[in-house]
Write a protein that binds this ligand. Structure first.
Ligand code: 0O2
Length: 249
């Protein structure tokens, strides 16, 4: 029986599998680099502003199987070059922030880094999806330096608040593997829940701002009672070192 010219032989499949495995390594390293950047921002921000805008971070690599399924679904060529160019969410990082203003602050801090190129920016907070989904999506490119070459790797960032994350996770679970039409009543209920979440985020942001102002007033008063700005700085440094090293200071 003659081979169908469109059917790859076993050797071709093995070669493809090997190059896909190497290709995946770049994404793993790219994701690690961006995760380190986020971790640095988190620690440094805490040091400078005594406040951590990031609640938690989750990262994931798409499995080779779901990469191939997505390529097939979108009718892309099943080649490494085509996958590299067209599938930009192989490495994905979700940053969950405390408040809406933190989302833009964290995005801004990452976007201004010289080795990061922003290739796509979708603000689903400013313009939520019709179902109510909210998040800031960025596709960025970071260089990964290997032993013999440099690869620029796409990483998808989803930045959202805890409330937006709560809604998106549950919405994903509710719809998961349900491929029939969802009744309008249920879609309206989910949209209403998204609106409630959005109002809650606005309320928490307002409380947060008022609390920050209160803290600044207290700091000013404490500076006055500590005598000089130097004495006040000394006091703050001791507080920070105790926080870092606890009783070992
Ligand atoms: P997973 O398993 O989370 O990775 P594309 O990525 O090309 O298919 P598009 O339109 O470029 O589609 O991307 P979009 O709309 O920016 O969405 C990308 C990701 O955002 C999705 O990835 C989801 O993680 C998340 N997302 C987008 N819309 C919704 C939504 O309505 N509800 C929830 N819960 N999540 C959403 P994947 O590949 O779909 O899934």
């Amino acid at each position: 029986m003659e081979n169908n010219p469109r059917t790859p032989d076993l050797e071709q499949l093995k070669a493809f599998r090997d190059s896909l495995a190497r290709f995946m390594m770049y994404y793993k390293f790219g994701m690690q680099e961006v995760s380190t950047k986020i971790d640095i921002l988190k620690q440094e921000f805490q040091y400078v502003h005594s406040y951590n805008p990031i609640e938690h971070v989750k990262s994931r690599l798409k499995s080779p199987q779901s990469i191939l399924e997505k390529a097939q679904r979108k009718d892309y060529d099943l080649t490494i070059d085509s996958i590299r160019e067209n599938i930009r969410d192989i490495a994905g990082i979700r940053i969950v922030c405390s408040f809406t203003s933190d989302i833009y602050r964290v995005a801004g801090m990452l976007m201004q880094q010289k080795d990061i190129t922003v290739v796509d920016y979708e603000d689903y907070i400013e313009k939520p999806k019709p179902n109510g989904y909210q998040s800031l999506h960025l596709i960025i490119q970071v260089p990964v330096f290997m032993s013999d070459r440099m690869e620029k790797v796409f990483v998808e960032l989803q930045i959202r608040t805890i409330a937006m994350d709560f809604w998106a996770s549950l919405e994903h679970k509710i719809y998961y593997k349900y491929d029939k039409a969802v009744p309008q009543k249920l879609r309206d209920d989910l949209k209403e829940a998204a609106d409630t979440i959005s109002a809650l985020d606005k309320k928490m942001e307002k409380i947060h701002k008022e609390m920050q102002e209160l803290r600044m007033t207290n700091d000013r008063e404490s500076m006055q009672s500590n005598g000089s700005p130097e004495k006040h700085m000394q006091h703050l440094s001791i507080n920070y070192l105790s926080m870092l090293f606890g009783d070992n200071l």
